[in-house]
Write a protein that binds this ligand. Structure first.
Ligand SMILES: [Zn+2]
Length: 404
């Protein structure tokens, strides 16, 4: 009896200490450079406890001291900041026509950002091998710099269950796929955590952690690509829904008499703003010499022609902007976000999409000033950034690297 109680108490004490370590780590991320006294004053932890926690975090190489700064009163204080050198976290975004890989350090600074044109619509086995090969190259690059990998998260354009199984990913044509298990096997059971999540959810996570609107607790990231998805943050927390389907808005029907959609219905959001539909409308000659396998050159052409005032391209972008605005207005009425951010393929097209989208939101929402539409400051690869950021969130949730 006593032994059991003692063990339970020890476990509780460990939990309290881990929680306090994460409190200090999060404080330093938000306020660096800062002193031990600053941490104690703001967190309510006593100075001796803070001192012990900081020593622990220094030993784990999560913090470092940056030198002395004169205090207004008393002795000069040693300042603390995040230690950016020993660790890296990796995110890989899988899209129908390309992959983006990002590695960041503990402070969120990008160590590398690669884009690979890579149609992943073939057999899933081939796609898993391609993702694993890219992950292996990124991991090799950053471990070659002497860094330890904290985690790898793959962002996929589809429905991902709580156990990381991909349930439905029509744009890459995958059946139900235990992607995490297959990646772990392909990467030969690595020491770091491997995870899989929905791309728009991870993009929203990146917005919340490092985006230009990170201080806003209610935001939506609209991730453009071959299909469209929404990553939703409500009250500071991701909204996933009962089956992980929250934010799957590509087949939100805007007009029952609209153009045909890949799902068999008509007038879905994807049928207006998904890349195949948008490119078909803006560049009617595209596809004459075979199907598009990488949309990046088509997007570049659209941007160049829009800039030159091409009437067909500008009409197509204005139409897409209006349809996006319609979808944003629906999201605004349902979820009341403060800002909806355009990401993915919408980023380079935003100068033309935004004015039409904003006008449509103003026309459809009774309190349009309550919801802004803006471009993601994270660029087109926010989901990959979010994948990497997930590993940093795990560290701050208590999965701390051991003392070396
Ligand atoms: Zn549809």
């Amino acid at each position: 009896m006593i032994g059991t109680r003692g063990a339970a108490q020890a476990a509780d004490l460990t939990d309290v200490r881990t929680t306090n370590l994460t409190v200090v780590l999060r404080y330093v991320r938000a306020h660096a450079p800062c002193s031990r006294a600053d941490i104690a004053a703001s967190t309510g932890l006593n100075k001796a406890t803070v001192s012990s926690l900081v020593t622990d975090l220094l030993d784990r190489r999560l913090l470092r001291e940056t030198g002395l700064v004169a205090n207004r009163i008393g002795r000069p204080a040693t300042m603390l900041t995040l230690e950016s050198r020993p660790y890296a976290a990796v995110g890989i975004e899988v899209a129908a026509d390309h992959m983006t890989a990002v590695a960041i350090d503990l402070a969120g600074e990008r160590l590398l950002s690669w884009r690979r044109a890579s149609p992943l619509t073939g057999p899933p086995g081939k796609a898993v091998a391609a993702v694993a090969a890219l992950a292996g190259r990124v991991v090799g690059k950053v471990t070659g710099q002497g860094r330890q990998i904290l985690g790898l998260t793959v962002a996929v354009p589809g429905l991902v269950a709580a156990d990381d199984t991909v349930r439905f990913a029509p744009h890459v044509g995958w059946p139900e796929l235990d992607l995490r298990a297959q990646l772990v096997k392909a990467l030969r059971r690595p020491a770091y955590d491997v995870a899989v999540d929905n791309d728009a959810n991870l993009a929203a996570l990146a917005e919340q952690r490092d985006g230009g609107y990170a201080d806003i607790p209610d935001l939506i990231h609209l991730l453009g690509g071959v299909g469209v998805g929404a990553g939703i943050i409500v009250d500071g927390r991701p909204l996933r829904g009962g089956h992980g389907r929250a934010g799957q808005i590509g087949h939100l029907q805007l007009d029952p008499a609209g153009p045909e959609c890949g799902c068999g219905r008509r007038g879905c959001l994807d049928a207006y703003v998904g890349l195949p539909a948008l490119v078909r409308r803006a560049l009617p000659d595209t596809g004459a010499d075979g199907p598009v396998v990488d949309y990046a050159p088509e997007i570049e052409r659209i941007v160049a022609l829009a800039g030159a005032g091409d009437a067909t391209v500008n009409a197509a972008l204005a139409e897409a902007g209006r349809r996006l605005g319609h979808a944003v207005a629906t999201l605004a009425d349902l979820l009341d976000p403060r800002v909806v951010l355009l990401g993915g393929s919408f980023v380079p097209l935003a100068p033309w999409l935004l004015p039409a989208a904003e006008a449509e939101v103003r026309a459809r929402v009774s309190t349009p000033d309550a919801c802004r539409v803006a471009v993601s400051t994270l660029g087109a690869g926010a989901a990959a950034v979010g994948g990497a950021a997930r590993a940093l969130d795990r560290v701050e949730a208590g999965h701390l690297p051991a003392v070396p």
